[in-house]
Write a new protein. Sequence first.
Length: 86
Amino acid sequence: MGLHSTGRWPCSVCGSGVDRNSVQCTNCQKWVHRKCSGIKSSMVKVSKTFVCRGCTDQRASVDRTGMDIDDGVSLETSATNISSGY
């Protein structure tokens, strides 16, 4: 993990080869150019905890789905309880 210094792998955002000033996602292990990552601070500090946009979007989607399912179950349970007289 960390900073990358060769152009062997494609950037997970734009697809062109990564070179210096690239960082590896700690979740999916894909490389991202600094300019594609949106990192404004020190690359060295961020490299230990960097999560790419793809992984961030996936986590947000899972969180929203989980909330929707939980809300639906509560509402369904409440509706069942109301119609049953509870």
